[in-house]
Design a protein around this ligand. Structure first.
Ligand SMILES: Cc1cc2nc3c(=O)[nH]c(=O)nc-3n(C[C@H](O)[C@H](O)[C@H](O)COP(=O)(O)O)c2cc1C
Length: 223
């Protein structure tokens, strides 16, 4: 697959087949992602890859914390979203939720069904592979740029192996559970989760195609 096609075939998949992923493919994707640029080549990322029992344990711990109310006190370590939304972002954000729930036949006011769908995040949307990407929280804000490049390299690299992914900031609220399960160092901060596997092409949620801007809507050529 050429670079352009890998870029445009990447999208967030939210239902995976249970089909296992060869570890050799994951290693190849990571070795490719290792070539991501980073300021001063500091390569500030670490990735935990979970499958099998560990993945299940993480799901169980997170779902338990939601069910027993403990999760209400959990907080993300960094803000990913603004506290107040405004245009044009609010409309784009709403469009994704609206389309996803429509495809799944979930009514706007069916909070139980919406909540259940949200919890699918913690089941890795059925994917056999989960990833957690961390960085040292003592580094500066700019390090998030490096992490973004690295994570996108994983997502695009996965396409080269016939795999799909979903980036998941949803996991960051549960960093205490992940820190315990994955034995983070004291300065390690969870930045993002990723589910990876083979797409379930029949799943309605995977029919979602979000609208992308055309280049002239976000770029300016100046002579
Ligand atoms: C850093 C990051 C975190 C995300 N977190 C979640 C998440 O927790 N759950 C989810 O379903 N999608 C998540 N997404 C997927 C976005 O909703 C998705 O990228 C966006 O709607 C654009 O759709 P596309 O990826 O199909 O192009 C995340 C994406 C990024 C880049």
């Amino acid at each position: 697959m050429d670079v352009y096609n890998s870029l445009i075939s990447r999208r967030s998949v939210r239902r995976f087949l249970s089909k296992e992923v060869d570890q050799s493919k994951i290693k190849k994707i990571l070795e490719g992602a290792a070539f991501a640029p980073s300021g001063h080549n500091i390569q500030p990322w670490h990735v935990y890859i979970v499958t099998g029992d560990k993945k299940k344990k993480i799901t169980d711990e997170i779902i338990n914390s939601i069910e027993n109310g403990e999760a209400k006190n959990f907080k993300q370590e960094f803000d990913y979203y603004p506290t107040e939304w405004y245009e044009p972002y609010i409309s784009r954000r709403r469009a994704v939720g609206f389309e996803l729930y429509k495809l799944l036949g979930i009514a706007k006011d069916d909070y139980d069904a919406r909540n259940k769908q949200m919890q699918e995040n913690f089941h890795f949307f059925g994917a056999p592979v989960g990833m957690f990407i961390t960085m040292d929280r003592r580094l500066a804000e700019g390090t998030f740029i490096d992490l973004g490049m690295f994570i996108q390299s994983i997502l695009v690299g996965a396409r080269g192996e016939g795999l799909h992914t979903c980036g998941q900031v949803a996991f960051t609220k549960f960093h205490t559970i992940l820190s315990k399960e994955l034995e983070f160092d004291e300065n390690e901060m969870l930045v993002c989760g990723v589910s990876m596997g083979y797409e379930d092409e029949d799943a309605p949620e995977n029919k979602l195609r979000v609208e992308k801007l055309k280049h002239d809507q976000f770029s300016t050529f100046i002579d």
